[in-house]
Ligand binder design. Structure first.
Ligand code: PLP
Ligand code: LYS
Length: 428
């Protein structure tokens, strides 16, 4: 038996929330609550978040960064999350009217909301103006026309620019390069034109410039480069805020290590000072994934096991691409572990499949699990806190899982599990 594949030291703790622990038999605990108990009371699949960890990631950012922090709602959002954002006095990056609505429902101060989107409709823009959203980041010439119709007093706006930076990440989640649907290109002069149009118009107060180079980025030098490029581009341009987007990567796999939020913001601060970008301006960051990814995990139950000798062994769980589409969309990797016996040897290869009518519906293509994994066992996939629940669907009319927040005082349901009635609620 491979001795490195079992025992407490073989558990990839860096992929689990800070509040994770284990009992003497190797069962996963979250703030002392056993996963068996949670699964029995709440059923599976279940999204479990360590609420304290979400708060402590915000605090880490606030403590170490000289500028402002806007949480990117797209990574994970619901009323309870909006309440944390409000409570921690964090700004909010909203990418739709829906995200603004949820933010307001959770008590986020509208003046702290930054509204993004490459195709904001007139209805969405009107809603944002009526709700007195703090900043609208203009993404296109068409949007300038739309906003001119709405502005009855000088509107606080920013300009999203595409600085031409190729960040090292999956091509679908890269956004800073010239070939992008987002923002005004620096290269062809559109960015400068948009800035001067908005600065000259009496309808607008052009107070910010925004760029975002992509997501799941491990190399801090990409962010340093972003700051330097912006500093050159903005020489002589007067703005209050320079918004640098989000994008810090997180470890999903056993052997991966990502920079911490502290390391990330220190690089940005340092580059801001050295390049002069932060002189007389506030820098703003918009982290999403790095705040919530590791705080969340998913519990599944094994339903069937299919062994195909010489080919592959499958275990199928009670969720899949409807609660985590990332493996299908981006080929993203996750770890899967037997949640009630983390110390057992995880040395046998299985494909953890979902329950959807789709061969590609895989949660983990090559998971290492105990050889005697059995029907009814609980499987945990860590690091599902970002872009899992937020990108979930009802494919095959599967109901979305519940979401619970756990802290030292116990757990609370923040999103209830969808019911069958929910599936026909909007049908006429
Ligand atoms: C404009 C903007 N800001 C912030 C984010 C959040 O990025 P991440 O979750 O990678 O931190 C995104 C998504 O990538 C984005 O498009
Ligand atoms: N949804 C992507 C990230 C997109 C970032 C949004 N701009 C992911 O799961 O990795």
């Amino acid at each position: 038996m491979d001795s490195s594949s079992h025992g407490p030291r073989a558990v990839p703790w860096h992929l689990f929330p800070d509040g994770a622990g284990v009992d003497s038999r190797g069962e996963l605990l979250i703030h002392g609550l056993s996963v068996t108990e949670l699964a029995q009371e709440m059923a599976t699949p279940l999204f479990v978040y360590d609420e304290q960890q979400i708060r402590s990631r915000f605090q880490e950012a606030k403590k170490n960064f000289s500028g402002k922090i806007a949480y990117a709602a797209k990574a994970f959002f619901c009323k309870a999350m909006a309440e944390i954002v409000a409570d921690e006095e964090i700004h909010l990056d909203a990418a739709s009217m829906g995200e603004i609505y949820v933010a307001l429902s959770g008590g986020v101060d509208p003046s702290k909301i930054v509204f993004h989107g490459n195709n904001k409709s007139l209805t969405e823009l009107r809603f944002a103006v009526e709700q007195k959203v703090g900043l609208i980041v203009v993404d296109s010439f068409d949007e300038i026309e739309r906003l001119e119709k709405l502005a009855t007093f000088p509107l606080r706006v920013g300009v999203r620019i595409t600085p031409g930076i190729e960040a090292h990440t999956h091509e679908f989640i890269r956004t800073g390069q010239d070939d992008s649907k987002f923002g005004f290109n620096v290269q062809n002069g559109d960015a400068a034109t948009a800035i001067s149009m908005l600065s000259r118009s009496p309808k607008f107060d052009m107070i910010a410039v925004h760029a975002h180079i992509g997501s799941q980025i491990f190399s801090l030098s990409s962010f340093r480069q972003e700051v330097e490029v912006l500093s050159t581009f903005l020489a002589g341009v007067e703005v209050e805020d320079v918004i640098l987007g989000g994008g810090l990567g997180v470890a999903y796999l056993r052997d991966e290590r990502a920079p911490s939020i502290k390391e990330w913001v220190q690089v940005i601060d340092d580059a801001g000072r050295r390049s002069g970008l932060s002189k007389g301006r506030s820098l703003v960051i918009e982290p999403g994934r790095s705040i919530v990814a590791t705080a969340g995990l998913t519990l599944y139950e094994v339903g069937t096991i299919k062994r195909i000798p010489g080919v592959r062994d499958y275990i199928s769980v009670d969720g899949g691409m409807s609660d985590n589409p990332r493996p299908v969309l981006y080929g993203s990797g996750y770890e899967a572990l037997a949640a009630k016996r983390l110390f057992d040897s995880h040395d046998t290869r299985f494909s953890v499949a979902g329950k959807h009518c789709e061969s590609g519906d895989v949660v983990v293509r090559d998971a290492k699990l105990p050889s005697d994994i059995s029907v009814g066992e609980l499987i945990v996939t860590p690091v599902t806190g970002a872009y899992g629940f937020s990108m979930s669907s009802n494919y095959n009319k599967v109901t979305r899982p519940a979401v619970i927040f756990v802290d030292q005082s116990g757990y609370r349901v923040v999103v209830r599990r969808e019911t069958l009635e929910d599936l026909v609620r909007n049908d006429i």
